[in-house]
Write a protein that binds this ligand. Structure first.
Ligand code: C2O
Ligand code: CU
Length: 461
């Protein structure tokens, strides 16, 4: 509807002078001080999860839940989240995809001091634009210990009609403490191919104990109940740390309606692939009664696929669900056409960065952007109001899902905040409008690559 589109476009158009060449001023998004419409308290602490029958392991959790509690607000609401740190380590929360004011972005040492054990910190921001997001710790490898949860900002006037919705959080699951390969922990031997030998720049992927949908192993899948004739909206979140998931729903086509929360012209597909940090909303018409698997395969791993079950009302719940057949038509980025394109990124850019993504040389486990490892890396300096372009070339054989904090970007005709750069010299160009001053992280959302240096600060000067 018109109000949704207006609000989406508003991000750039309300900024004075952002559209002409004279005034390059943008107004910094300051910390929100108005009374919250919605207040939530979260506690980060050690806890136990039971992802399947007879499986019980210790992880780090929000409110002892895995995934963490779903936060759901209306577009434009002021959300206050008070985080209490009951961990034995420092922590923060990052609101992945939401263009929040810089001071509440949750990047330790960059936008805030990390929250010490025993302390409490309040994040307050206006939840907009509407979309499917998630929140997670931004300290070290804490995300892969379980510190993550969905954040849904509902449209006041959705552009798609649906009768019911389910949030589907995909994750790769590792009990206990994850470690970088160089630390000699789980990451050491036995990880995915190509590590070490003869200058080969292969990847390293932890030997995950399983792939999860909403915290459940495939042996004990969640059931999504549906009624014949309904339109079901599924909000898929790839909250994994190192997995590209390929998603299908047996017996059904999916209509992709949103990419990273941004509305797109509907696209019908049989499957889509997405990297860590990406989200897709799809609508499925319930016209094929029975029991069907929602299945997410690790495209770069060997674990059994994550599964949930779509179960029509009135069907025999003891029948074995159907598995999806061939991948069929797979979504491509080039299929995505944003309903509302970004302001401030038409024409030629004011500033362009050409960046190479690659494994670092030498003995230690590093990943680099243009040969540099974060935090000892030069910031990408930009000015307020600029149209900024980043061109990336991937010199490694593995996918890098690159995520920009604090901004959406245009990639092709899509508007996203996370984009996969394919391996073997894959190239992706993204454009964004420098409309949210601050210091923002730009990084690979493969947590092990991030922790091994694959990040830069985008710094307004
Ligand atoms: Cu999910 Cu730096 O982000
Ligand atoms: Cu990467």
């Amino acid at each position: 509807g018109a109000s949704t589109l207006g609000a989406l476009a508003g991000c750039g158009s309300q900024l004075p002078g952002s559209d002409d060449d004279e005034g390059r001023e943008v107004t910094p998004r300051s910390t929100v001080t108005s009374e919250p419409d919605s207040s939530v308290s979260l506690t980060a602490g050690a806890g136990t999860i039971q992802p399947g029958p007879d499986v019980s392991t210790s992880n780090w959790l929000y409110d002892e839940q895995f995934p963490g509690p779903e936060l759901r607000v209306q577009e434009g609401d002021v959300l206050s989240v008070e985080l209490t740190n009951d961990l034995e380590a420092e922590t923060t929360i990052h609101w992945h995809g939401v263009p929040v004011p810089n001071p509440v972005d949750g990047v330790p040492g960059v936008t805030q001091e990390p929250i010490a054990p025993g302390e409490t910190f309040e994040y307050r921001f206006r939840a907009e634009p509407a979309g499917t997001y998630f929140y997670h710790s931004h300290v070290g490898l804490q995300l892969d210990r379980g510190l993550l949860g969905p954040l849904i900002v509902e449209e006041r006037d959705p552009h798609v009609e649906y009768d019911r919705e389910y949030v589907v959080v995909l994750d790769d699951y590792l009990p206990d403490e994850p470690q970088l390969p160089s630390d000699g922990g789980r990451g050491g031997g036995g990880m995915g191919g190509g590590m070490g030998g003869g200058g080969m720049m292969g990847d390293v992927r932890p030997p995950y104990d399983g792939l999860l949908i909403n915290g459940r192993l495939p042996e004990d899948p969640q059931t999504f109940g549906v009624t014949e004739g309904e339109r079901i909206r599924f909000r898929f979140v790839n909250a994994g740390s190192a997995t590209v998931f390929g998603v299908r729903i047996a017996g059904h086509e999916m209509t992709v309606t949103h990419a990273d929360g941004r509305p797109v012209d509907p696209v019908d597909v049989d499957s889509f692939a997405f990297g860590a940090g990406e989200r897709y909303d799809v609508v499925v018409e319930a016209t094929n009664p029975g029991r069907w698997f929602v299945q997410a395969d690790a495209l770069d791993g060997n674990e059994p696929p994550a599964r949930a079950v779509v179960e029509y009302e009135g069907t025999d719940g003891t029948n074995t669900p159907q598995v999806p057949s061939s991948p069929g038509d797979q979504l491509q980025y080039s299929d995505l056409q944003a309903i509302s394109s970004l302001d401030g990124v038409s024409g030629s850019p004011d500033r362009t960065f050409d960046l190479t993504l690659s494994r670092g040389g030498g003995q230690s486990y590093t990943w680099t952007i243009d040969g540099q490892t974060y935090p000892d890396a030069d910031p990408l300096r930009i000015r307020p109001g600029e149209h900024v372009r980043i061109r990336m070339t991937n010199q490694s054989p593995v996918v890098h899902p690159m995520h920009l904090h604090g901004h959406f970007f245009q990639v092709g005709n899509a508007v996203k905040d996370t984009v996969m750069v394919p391996g073997h010299r894959g190239q992706v160009t993204l454009d964004f409008h420098a409309d949210n001053p601050g210091r923002w992280l730009f990084h690979c959302h493969n947590l092990y690559h991030l922790d091994a240096g694959m990040a830069r600060i985008v710094k307004y000067v």
